[in-house]
Ligand binder design. Structure first.
Ligand SMILES: *Cc1c(COP(=O)(O)O)cnc(C)c1O
Length: 399
């Protein structure tokens, strides 16, 4: 059968053009929204930022939102507002992008990696408790792929142990946990607006919170630690006067970006709906393959489907993940891998983290492949991916 000859062996690829794993969807109204700001009075520190923040707060059900120049900057702000400092320990998941742990390092703290649940790939609450010490200050759960982590259990532990919960919800805008929107539940929640995420501002991020004390700290941290608020000033020399009260950063987002965010946010629900439909097609079409494990979904959460991650059962295959990955790429399917456990990055290894800390995350890393998923995909794109996965899996199947 000539069409089942893998492209990597010289066969015809499933599709002629490359399908990326993720990509923004920008329409004419997004462009117009940005153009309008460009000819307005404010390119930064203007009204679009406040509007974007209040719309995100409303969407998530949080009281406050503070936008930042990136999701990473937002996480740094949250760690500052949580009071993380030299020597403090913060528990997080290894199955994430480096930023979830780097934000702790920025504050002089120490990330403590706790292994994931083998079904949901989210941090395992049962393992959190045994990793708490008198130095632990916070927990940063990551809602991997858009499926919320076990927030009730995490918050219960946090309340008992007096820890702050900062959710890394870069994957999970619009997701719900027990019918509550992510962003309204933990102490602070971060969303990212990088172009591969659900909605984009180019670069950008935001923290939502229900607590005024965090809100005020975040605002000030974003702009050098400076305030003009007469209630907060230690001195006041006159109407020109402002004060730097702690060492903050310039982490401001621009009005140009915020206006793109406002326009994108109008489409967020339809984007999520589209991602859900695409994920459903994947799950239905791939459910017949014995060699792969589909993403398991808890009954009481609703994922926003940032990523669709397949786990390849290597014992049922004649080769490793790398060969399967390369074969899929040659079929013109833009697969990806999320994630190398954070502590296995050379920088973390140089700090003394070693292989073996989180065996489940490490074995998942050897078996994961992320399939393309974004709101701009057509049903025929999904079917190309399905056909490529079936073609490659059938070729390498042990049976
Ligand atoms: C994207 C992402 C971030 C960082 O967001 P940026 O906006 O790119 O700085 C943090 N954590 C996770 C899990 C992410 O996927």
């Amino acid at each position: 059968m000539s069409e089942s000859k893998l492209a990597i062996h010289g066969g015809t690829p499933v599709r002629n053009d490359y399908l990326p794993y993720g990509k923004q969807v920008i329409d004419e109204d997004d462009i117009q929204s940005v153009v309008k700001v460009l000819s307005s009075d404010f390119l930064t520190t203007g009204p679009a930022i406040k509007q974007f923040e209040s719309e995100i707060a409303k969407f998530t059900g949080a009281k406050y939102a503070v936008a930042f120049s990136s999701g990473t900057a937002a996480l740094h702000g949250a760690c500052f507002a949580a009071g993380i400092s030299e020597g403090d320990e913060v528990i997080t998941s290894p199955m994430t992008f480096a930023a979830s742990a780097n934000c702790v390092l920025y504050q002089g703290g120490k990330p403590v990696f706790v292994d994931i649940d083998p079904l949901t790939y989210n941090i395992d609450p049962k393992l959190i408790k045994e990793n708490i010490t008198e130095k632990t200050k916070a927990i940063i759960p990551v809602h991997f792929t858009g499926q919320p982590a076990e927030l009730d259990e995490i918050l219960k532990i946090a309340r008992e142990e007096n820890l702050i919960v900062i959710e890394d919800a870069a994957h999970a805008i619009g997701a719900t946990y027990k019918n509550k929107r992510i962003g309204s539940i933990g102490d602070m929640t971060m969303f990212s607006f990088h172009p591969v995420k659900h909605i984009t501002t180019g670069e950008g991020g935001i923290i939502t919170t229900n607590q005024e004390k965090y809100y005020e700290k975040l605002l000030q941290f974003r702009t050098h630690g400076i305030t003009r608020d007469p209630w907060l000033l230690k001195k006041n020399h006159g109407p020109w006067y402002y004060e730097m009260q702690f060492l903050g950063f310039n982490y401001r987002i621009t009005d140009i970006q915020a206006s793109l965010g406002i326009s994108q946010l109008k489409k967020l629900e339809s984007f999520i709906e589209k991602r859900k439909q695409l994920a459903e097609i994947y799950s239905k079409e791939l459910s017949t393959l014995q060699e792969v494990i589909l993403p398991h979904q808890l009954s009481y959460v609703d994922s926003s489907w940032h990523l669709y991650v397949l786990k390849f059962q290597l014992t049922k295959l004649t080769t490793n993940r790398k060969d399967i990955f390369q074969a899929l790429l040659k079929e013109n399917i833009g697969v990806n891998v999320h994630y190398l456990p954070v502590y296995l990055h050379p920088y973390y290894e140089s700090m003394g983290y070693e292989k073996g800390i989180c065996p489940i995350a490490e074995s998942c890393y050897e078996e994961f492949i992320t399939l393309p998923l974004f709101a701009g995909m057509e049903n025929r794109d999904v079917m190309d991916v399905v056909n490529a996965v079936k073609k490659v899996v059938n070729y390498y199947s042990i049976k």
